[in-house]
Design a protein around this ligand. Sequence first.
Ligand code: CUA
Length: 378
Amino acid sequence: MRDQMTSQNFISQKREGCTKIRKSQAFPLCQSGMKEGFGSVLTAMLILSGPALVFAASGNNTFTPTNIFAPLSTPARAIYQNASLVLIICAAIFLVVGGLLVATVIRFRRRPEHENLEPPQVYGSNQIELAWTVIPILIVLVITLATTRTIYDVQGALPPPGTVNVTVVGHQWWWKIRYPDLGIVTANELHVPVTESGKRRPTYLRLESADVVHSFWVPQLAGKTDVVPNRRNLMWIEPTQPGTFVGNCAEYCGLQHARMLIRVIVHPPGDFEKWVAAQQAAPVDNPQLQAGRKLFFSTSCINCHAINGTKANGQFGPDLKHLMSRETLGAGVVPNTADNLRAWVRDPQRIKPGALMPNMQLTDGELNQMVTYLSSLK
Ligand code: CUA
């Protein structure tokens, strides 16, 4: 009973307050104060959103090697253009809504002369309701159409002649990279040709997983694509500038997810063919390396590692045929130097805890032989 009374009293008070405030000077006062408040609010909003806009507009590669605002590949550029459109529209919405919100909070804040008054209660304005229905629909329509066109451009593109085909297989926590047309198997470093004006050389990637879900992402070259077990996802890159581009697995996949790095080495014209020839060549079989070679083939190394063209054909770990041609060890964890290779073979767990390669418990003498042999795999 008491609650009902309170509720009824509240409604009647509300109506009363409504009338009172209409009679008061509240409305004109607010309108006159709007102008000065809005200028300072706009300045504050620009300061807030400034760094993001400057960063987006600069496209400066030096900010970070994974800068999504510096696309250097055809699909990455298409995604960047679409993302920029969405960013600009959202920034405009942010400025308008945020500006109005802050201006309202400042201008209509509680003041002593407004004690016991309520603001006017506005019900059912057709103009306002039309505006906040139609404008968002138009904005969403523009974004949808632009995004659909980008998706079609990126996902529907057919491989032109001269395309390089690569199969990338995500493993915990490294990438196997196969060139089925060229008979090359490598790991963690994807070598591709550059596209010159008039001569397109895109690389089409088939993405597979050997265990859990990973995600292949090299921000400057393309959007990210999930790598899912029992599924084959497709993506492509078409770099327009030679250089090394870095990326990372972008889907949490276990302990060393953060150290599942990918490098894409984009070769200048003519250089990719040289790399292909070097990878296709058999590793040098130096008689002085017999001890290390024998050790490698007599331990369980060959259960996991392959050396293409020998009886070592393990598929669980990276192919070592041209191990020394790679820049890093452990999928980008450390540079591939003599000291790091030795430390890695001695105990991979010290460099990459949780890595699926165990400590082989080699003696110092065996370690020397093994590292000497591995160092010959150029
Ligand atoms: Cu693979 Cu995260």
